[in-house]
Design a binder for this molecule. Sequence first.
Ligand code: ZN
Ligand code: ZN
Length: 559
Amino acid sequence: MTTASPAYETNRLSVIPLGGVEEVGGLNMTVFEYGNDMIIVDAGLMFPEEDMLGVDFVIPDLSYVVENAGRVRGILLTHGHEDHTGALPFLLKAVPVPVYGTPLTLALVQEKLREYDVATDLIAVMPRDTVTLGSFTIEFIRVTHSIVDGVALGIRTPLGNVIHTGDFKLDPTPVDGELMDFHTFSRYGEEGTLLMLSDSTNAEKGGFTFSEKEVRRAFEDIFAKTRGRIIIATFASNIHRIQQAIDVAVQFRKKVFVCGRSMVKNAQIALELGYLKIPEKTWLTIDRLRDMPDNEAVILTTGSQGEPMSVLSRIATGEHKHITIREGDTVILSAKMIPGNERSIGRIINHLMMRGADVKYEKASEIHVSGHASKEELKLMMNMVRPKFFVPIHGEYRQLAQHARLARNSGIPRDHIFILRNGSVLELSETGAAQLSQVHAGRIFIDGKDAPSVEDIVLRDRRRLGHDGIVIIMVGLERDTRQVVIGPEIISRGFVFEDASQEIIAEVRDLMNQTIMDVEEDVIADVNLLQAKLRARLKKYLRDTMDRYPMILPIILEV
Ligand SMILES: [Zn+2]
Ligand SMILES: [Zn+2]
């Protein structure tokens, strides 16, 4: 299936998205090839959709770059979001090349690589720096987005200039005061741009995306009206949002508690690098929450997508060590409800409200603005850069199609616009551009931490079923009383249990029973949440006791 690209032979530039053009906000990764040189822009993951049972996250199928590893000159990162960086540990295991990015992006990546025990050269660049990798000279161009330190790329090739926008919006009043570099984009427009790849996330939305500063006003409104504790959930990487929450907390003379491993870690990194500014004695450790008057406490945490194991989820179901929701608390979900997560988020909101909290969320309040450009901004970008050819990226087909329509309306001829699929090869030459061939592309499901080796990446799912097998936990609950009436039955196929003693199976059964008994009432009332708990508990147990990672499928019947 995999073919060497014809770019290998002559004066041709190939552009190959390996992910990001069939999904919104996931798997972003694009390969550029000229002659014998290859560069990779971003290598992102995607979080599983609700029907992908037993999966932690998804990465692009890397076999094409793995097979061409010897030609890869470097990896360039546009920003630190996981949908652009999350596949790096896996990619670097197979393709150990230097990685280029801005300081915050690299600091976030460094942390992840350490977790996975992967090392490589991380080379920090600043906006307007240039780097030469084989036939490519790449310039980093500052953009505004929902994470600080984002850049677009200006890529000079022997055939002409390419602009890859990364994720962006045109924020005229960014929280950190670092404006988008309009000047450089216009310079490319004047020089002539062969091709632009641009962010399509909000290509369906008219007008302009609000500035991040708008969120501050919404926060101020809520802070002014609230007497109780305020809990704000957002993405750990959204340093701007965290900064704004802290600024408003200071303005209202409140103290801030940061809760959750990833949020604490990111805040520390951003603080050390100077991207986050917190006045002294504002950030307190969580154990001091107990002594704090309600009207002085602001808690920052993750879990805005309803992730079952997140801090917010544990707070919502009464399982958090330090935080118990009570009447008077206000919870702000300051993030977009990502499509596919609505059910999980709705569940968390229900639990929080049942416990007496007032919950503010996207649909009911202005507490989130998007990090992506809407139609008018996309048109402005198109007018600044004035590309000859155009490829919409970062979206599902419908967003790409809307963006393509905008491009046509901005004067780019129909046959100069290409809506690509993952693995499509767009070839540019002196005579034009065409989509002629296809390389192998797809998705790899990752469960657990181990970064698979080269062959593993391809064989992994098959091997995993063959090697570590599958464990099914079946539990029947009486619909009303929530008493366990069936099981827990432990059924396994191809897993070590088959030749293990009955003792181990009995132990697992006890463990599952205990887990069910330990959870709070509203967890047991919630099949999805209970499934997540059982799975997490058993996964940890099998990892700790046997170092095995079977696929685990909890099935809960209501009888
Ligand atoms: Zn993105
Ligand atoms: Zn992003």
